[in-house]
Design a protein around this ligand. Structure first.
Ligand code: ZN
Length: 59
């Protein structure tokens, strides 16, 4: 499921001591300010999944 992928991204892309994303630096040797676009994507996907579950539960 996509849930696992999002959780993996959120587990790796965490805020480093210098305010940059640890995951981006490890994966791509890139200094990206946290939150990076991957974190934005994962959180938005999770929000959509939660909303879908909520709407499904209401029905
Ligand atoms: Zn990142």
């Amino acid at each position: 499921m996509n849930d696992n992928q999002e959780q993996r991204i959120l587990a790796v892309h965490v805020r480093g001591l210098d305010g940059t994303c640890v995951g981006c630096r490890v994966w791509w040797s890139r200094l990206t300010p946290y939150p990076c676009w991957q974190v934005d994507w994962a959180t938005s996907q999770q929000a959509q999944a939660i909303t879908a579950r909520f709407l499904g539960g209401v029905r």
